[in-house]
Design a protein. Structure first.
Length: 284
């Protein structure tokens, strides 16, 4: 799911043993100190969250002992940290939106980073001067992305998919579905109604609905997996192109819905095996 903003003490993960809430993950990173001399590192962290699903940099938190503690910010003011991270965001291209919020009850500062829809965010690459000191490169760029609790870098051959606005929109919409709601998603699909010429693939269409489980999403391979648990331990899976996700929304009864452009059908092989298939419509 998309990240949860931290704006108050009530939003903070609980101190104590690391657990599902209190640990570094895809949308949360702990920092004991914001080094003003490493602006490019802060820019990398911001771009990584912005290129993924957004996230929070929590300054003044420490998990190095296997416990989450809040030693707080030391030797820095809130204004110092705000200047560091807002300045780091300006080093990125384009500049993502960051919201720096102090939480005085714990003496910590949160940096909420919004996901960027229109394209990828680049961060300046780091280099070294003649003395070997790390410095920001003036002409080279990298495209970091947050995956689980680590920052990785997008390879050049995959940049085009990440820069596809339709794909990024689909990923962000699908990520809004909470993990506990991914089973039983109502998937509406377009079934071709044959009237007259069976070779006519242009329509008309009727909308039908299946209850499926939302599986893995891959930008680089352009798919979201849809899973049908048909009983007796049988699981059917098909991949739908991210570019075929028309919309995602939550209805009044908290049911999540996905509308896809093509048709979902269940077929049987000659060996009696069931398959869940996705048919792409050329025109719709």
């Amino acid at each position: 799911m998309t990240y949860a903003r931290i704006e108050s003490a009530a939003d903070l993960p609980p101190a104590g043993p690391l657990n599902a809430r209190a640990r570094e993950k895809a949308d949360l990173d702990f920092k004991t100190f914001a080094d003003p001399a490493k602006s490019w590192e802060h820019a990398k962290d911001i771009a990584a969250f912005s290129n993924a699903l957004g996230g929070v940099l929590l300054v003044g938190a420490d998990d190095s002992t296997g416990q989450l503690t809040y030693p707080g910010i030391a030797g820095q003011t809130v204004k110092d940290i705000q200047a560091i991270y807002e300045g780091a965001a300006q080093l990125c291209s384009p500049s993502p939106v960051v919201d720096v919020i102090p939480i005085p009850e714990r003496n910590v500062v949160t940096v909420n980073v919004e996901p960027y829809l229109d394209q990828l965010v680049a961060a300046p690459a780091k280099s070294r001067d003649r003395a070997g000191k790390e410095i920001k490169h003036d002409a080279a760029w990298v495209f970091p992305i947050r995956r689980a609790s680590q920052t990785e870098f997008i390879k050049p051959e995959n940049l085009a998919m990440y820069m596809n606005r339709e794909v990024r929109r689909a990923v962000l919409l699908l990520a809004k579905i909470p993990s506990e709601k991914k089973k039983g998603v109502r998937v509406s699909h377009h079934v071709k109604v044959f009237r007259g010429d069976p070779s006519d693939r242009s329509g008309p269409f009727e909308v039908e609905t299946l209850e499926l489980t939302l599986g893995s999403v891959s930008v680089e391979r352009n798919f979201v997996a849809l899973v049908d648990h048909v009983g007796h331990g049988t699981v059917l899976t098909c991949h739908v192109p991210l570019t075929d996700i028309i919309d995602v929304w939550q209805s009044e009864n908290e049911q999540w819905n996905v509308l896809v452009r093509g048709a979902l059908t269940e077929t049987q092989t000659e060996h009696g095996t069931s398959l869940l298939n996705y048919e792409v419509h050329s025109r719709l």
